[in-house]
Ligand binder design. Structure first.
Ligand code: NAD
Ligand code: UGA
Length: 469
């Protein structure tokens, strides 16, 4: 029986390994992590992450060929294939701070693998890493290996949160990069055989190591660039009377462009787009390519602009001040169907409104009060450095309430901001909500989920991204 161990039981390690175990009953999969609460949660009825379909998959395999453990060293030692899926945040200090990837967690995992291994292993980069990381990892492993043969593969993950199980069951492609040597090719083949249990072989792309590492950063940069492009258009739509939904539709009908990922929004969030583009920018700068670096930097700048533009629109519409006014924030997660708030645009919008002295009541169906409090009091980039977190300051939270439903959030509010596209926000009783609000009642739709004309008929003053006012 092939034994797989995955270091890092997070949003990627957990679901990815659960699906491998589910699709490959002949493989034993152990997911390990240094975080005891995380592993306890994976072993309980309340998994540490919310992801549609995940509970089912985990329940079917856990205790059979899928295990979660904190005994990192034992399971790494016993494995034939070790996936490393630890966090690779943006550096907060020192050389490259604010841009470069912090590989501390990766390096400590690699050193541990070298220390505890007693047999040959394939080590798989699952985390998103800077191009050429495999070379550094090879150095760490080889210099400490006591004659053990390690083959490093790059196998970046393309799943999106909220659809992780669907994406893993039917990936557009699986990418495997390896050394172009007989041993490298053998390792690539071994990993290919794992995925071939359920992924058609023509969808498994094999490349050299550096192409695989760079393709991951490139894919995220291209995806984020589409959103910044449509968001830039949304500003022009508002200025000219064009409707961004109609423009996206017309543009996306061109088969060379395609219809997906063209929804204008309050800005993209999530743990990776910004981090990976900053990483790409840093790599370009280090390779003497400032023009390329500046090109990609612009994707982030437009995203920041879009979030600021939304806050400015709220404040300017409400007679240039929100001081002392109650604003209901509907949705805090960075997208629907996840409880993840990493880099969610809601953080910047809430901070912007608090900066203008608003009182905000927040409702999200999947995000806890504790999480929201942590997010609103944390410094930029600290969220992905869990080991260094400082306790949050309670004073900055006295203007924030986290409530249990949308109606409570909107009661007596002057305005509503929809910041996540949860389906339930489409089905709310907006007449009832309007009746319980201060007048004039403002509605700012940061996700274009509601029918603006119907809301205007009810009496709301409506602002929707990229739509005529
Ligand atoms: P995460 O923070 O949810 O999980 C990482 C886990 O690694 C944490 O539980 C942490 O405790 C653990 N860890 C850190 N150092 C460790 C060590 N030395 N030994 C054992 N465990 C250790 O992160 P994530 O969202 O799963 O992302 C992981 C990687 O995958 C990142 O590089 C990210 O860019 C990439 N990625 C993420 C997504 C996504 O949707 N979240 C998608 C594709 C790729
Ligand atoms: C993204 C990529 O889609 C995955 O392929 C990749 O594996 C992952 O990053 C990663 O490397 O972490 P994710 O961040 O989970 O996945 O979610 P997306 O669906 O890409 O959404 C990202 C952000 O863009 C969200 O805030 C979403 O609301 C926003 N978005 C998305 C838009 O504003 N408009 C769109 O048309 C699409």
């Amino acid at each position: 029986m092939v034994k797989i161990c995955c270091i890092g039981a997070g949003y990627v390690g957990g679901p990815t390994m659960a699906v491998i175990a589910f699709k490959c009953p002949n493989i034993e999969v152990v997911v390990v992590d240094i975080s005891v609460p995380r592993i306890d949660a994976w072993n309980s009825d309340h998994l540490p992450i919310y992801e549609p379909g995940l509970d089912d998959v985990v329940k079917k395999c856990r205790g059979k060929n899928l295990f979660f453990s904190t005994d990192v060293e034992k399971h790494v030692c016993e494995a034939d294939i070790v996936f490393v899926s630890v966090n690779t945040p943006t550096k907060t200090q020192g050389l490259g701070a604010g841009k470069a990837a912090d590989l501390t967690y990766w390096e400590s995992a690699a050193r541990m693998i070298a220390d505890v291994s007693k047999s040959d292993k394939i080590v798989v980069e699952k985390s998103t890493v800077p191009v050429k990381t495999a070379e550094a990892i090879e150095k760490i492993l080889m210099h400490n290996s006591k004659g053990i043969n390690f083959q490093i593969l790059s196998n970046p993950e393309f799943l999106a949160e909220g659809t992780a199980i669907e994406d893993l069951f039917k990936p557009d492609r699986v990418l495997i990069g390896g050394r172009e040597t007989p041993e490298g090719a053998k390792a690539v083949e071994a990993l290919k055989n794992v995925y071939a249990h359920w992924v058609p072989v023509e969808q498994i792309i094999c490349t050299n190591l550096w192409s695989a590492e760079l393709s991951k950063l490139a894919a995220n940069a291209f995806l984020a660039q589409r959103i910044s492009s449509v968001n830039a258009m949304s500003a022009l739509c508002e200025a000219t009377g064009a409707d961004v939904t109609q423009v996206s539709y017309a543009v996306g009908k061109d088969t060379r462009i395609g219809p997906k990922f063209l929804n204008a929004s309050v800005g993209f969030g999530g743990s990776c787009f910004q981090k990976d583009i900053l990483n790409l920018v840093y790599i370009c700068e280090c390779n003497g390519l400032p023009e390329v670096a500046n090109y990609w930097k612009q994707v982030i700048k437009i995203n920041d602009y879009q979030k600021n533009r939304f806050v400015n629109r709220v404040v300017s519409s409400m007679f240039n001040t929100v001081s002392g006014k109650k604003i209901a924030v509907l949705g805090f997660a960075f997208k629907k169907d996840t409880g993840d708030t990493r880099e969610t645009p809601a953080i910047d919008v809430c901070k912007g409104l608090l900066g203008d002295k608003a009182k905000i009541d927040i409702y999200d169906p999947q995000v806890s009060k504790d999480q929201i409090q942590r997010d609103l009091t944390m410094k930029k980039f600290d969220w992905d450095h869990p080991m260094h977190l400082q306790p949050s300051s309670p004073t900055s939270m006295n203007k924030v309430n986290v409530v249990l439903d949308a109606y409570e959030a909107a009661k007596d509010a002057h305005g509503i901001c929809i910041l996540t596209e949860w389906d339930e926000f489409k089905a709310l009783d907006y007449k009832k909500i309007y009746g319980n609000m201060q007048k004039p009642a403002f509605l700012f739709d940061g996700r274009n989920v509601i029918d603006a004309d119907k809301m205007r008929e009810i009496g709301f003053i409506v602002y929707a991204i990229g739509k005529p006012l």
